[in-house]
Design a protein around this ligand. Structure first.
Ligand SMILES: C[S@@+](CC[C@H](N)C(=O)[O-])C[C@H]1O[C@@H](n2cnc3c(N)ncnc32)[C@H](O)[C@@H]1O
Length: 415
């Protein structure tokens, strides 16, 4: 059986991720690469209006996590959302979730990514393709197909597996190829996998590597779809950072930014490194210093993309905004805490700790997606007249960059 058919069959039997549409309103998941303030800031310096001219493609949408978050953020704007997947079962779940949420105007398309450019779907401002390309027979052809549907000024958010952190996954997949070959069918293969995991001694290195990792453990325990996707997949490849650069380069694209920029900087792991890091390779060095990345998430742009404006943290006309909906609530909570430090957790690899003096409290409380940097700094100057304007600005830049480095804070041009 061809790769495409085999993979499609898996996702018809086990749509991923496992979601119950009737419990849709319990929770809104907010995948970080779909945080539109951040996307807007990164691609268009916050100047892009989300209206009927804006278009998004969720390629390999699965059961619809990205589509739901995009749909909520674009509610009432008239923006065009196309969600495409070759699994009818996954699309049915995604469609029902959108119905339960009352999200209208999503076009669901059942097709292979490889065929998508010939369907007349038009070009898109933003394409998200998360956890998909590494399952294609040719990730190269898949990325080229997405490139052809992306406007030159647009951006593509992509997640693919990372090699080093997935070692236990690949060891278990090798074992499963021997104990539970694909011809046995999903039910029997899952039974063999579960039996193997339960029977291997606790000190077995592969089992420990899986069960001691929160993400892997969650996939294995929470659903058959998760366990199958992780350990019984028949088409699964991963990338190191240099391989990812080569691959995207061959498809006419380049990395614009990693989803959590700080995670790809050597200084995050070794504050004082007295040897020069080879030019162009700091992210590859950071990957090795981390040692256990399980996925790479990044924003790509086309090679022929126009030069992009990046608003500086001390640009007085810029408007700082928290990247995701949940963050302002979290910040309110943190502001209520006593103590000398603000500790914020915006997600994996996204912790920020900053000194919690009166000035930092002022900065934090003033960010509302409407006030400009100038207004925030001027208000601080009026409140603490003894402080020099330059030192207030310096503190602000340090403060803001700490949050920008974990993609918690975005800078937008004032509308
Ligand atoms: C691991 S799931 C990811 C789902 C979703 N993007 C997410 O992040 O939750 C992979 C999805 O890609 C779809 N897929 C895999 N290969 C595909 C292809 N060649 N064309 C279209 N969809 C594909 C599968 O059907 C499945 O729904």
């Amino acid at each position: 059986m061809a790769v495409l058919e085999r993979v499609q069959q898996q996702y018809e039997v086990l749509p991923y991720p496992h979601r119950d549409p009737e419990r849709e309103l319990d929770q809104l998941r907010q995948p970080m690469v779909c945080e539109l303030h951040r996307v807007n800031s990164l691609l268009w310096a916050g100047r892009r209006r989300f209206d009927a001219t804006f278009s998004v493609l969720d390629a390999g949408c699965g059961t619809g996590d990205n589509t739901m978050f995009l749909g909520e953020q674009l509610r009432g704007t008239g923006a065009r959302i196309v969600s495409l997947d070759f699994s009818a079962a996954s699309l049915a779940i995604a469609r029902r979730r959108a119905e339960v949420r009352g999200i209208e105007g999503v076009t669901f398309v059942q097709a292979a990514i490889e065929d998508a450019p010939s369907l007349g779907l038009g070009e898109f401002d933003f394409v998200v393709c998360s956890g998909v390309l590494h399952h294609l027979a040719s990730p190269e052809a898949g990325l080229r197909a997405l490139h052809s549907m992306l406007k030159p000024s647009g951006g593509l958010a992509m997640m693919v597996y990372a090699t080093y952190g997935r070692e236990p996954v690949y060891l278990m997949q090798s074992l499963m190829r021997r104990l539970a070959p694909a011809h046995l069918g999903p039910e029997r293969r899952l039974a063999i996998l579960r039996q193997t995991l339960a029977s291997l001694p606790a000190e077995n290195r592969t089992r420990r590597g899986l069960m001691e990792h929160e993400g892997f453990r969650g996939e294995i325990i929470q659903s058959d779809a998760g366990a199958y996707d992780l350990l019984l997949h028949t088409q699964d490849r991963s990338y190191t950072v240099p391989e990812l650069h080569d691959w995207t380069h061959d498809a006419g694209m380049r990395v614009l930014e990693w989803s959590v920029p700080r995670a790809y900087e050597p200084a995050t792991y070794l504050a004082r490194l007295d040897v020069p890091v080879e030019a162009g390779a700091p992210d590859a060095v950071a990957e090795l210093m981390h040692g256990g990345m399980t996925k790479h998430e990044c924003f790509l742009e086309r090679d022929d993309a126009p030069a992009r404006e990046r608003l500086a943290a001390d640009d007085r006309a810029a408007v700082p905004a928290w990247c995701s909906w949940g963050f302002s609530e979290q910040v309110k909570q943190v502001l209520g805490n006593a103590g000398n430090e603000f500790r914020c957790t915006f997600g994996p690899e996204r912790d920020v700790v900053v000194q919690a003096d009166a000035l930092a409290r002022h900065f934090m409380g003033a960010i509302d997606g409407a006030r400009t940097v100038g207004e925030i700094l001027d208000a601080a100057g009026a409140r603490w007249p003894a402080l020099k304007a330059a030192s207030i600005t310096r503190r602000w830049v340090d403060f803001a960059e700490a949050f920008r480095a974990v993609a918690a804070l975005a800078f937008l041009a004032r509308a």
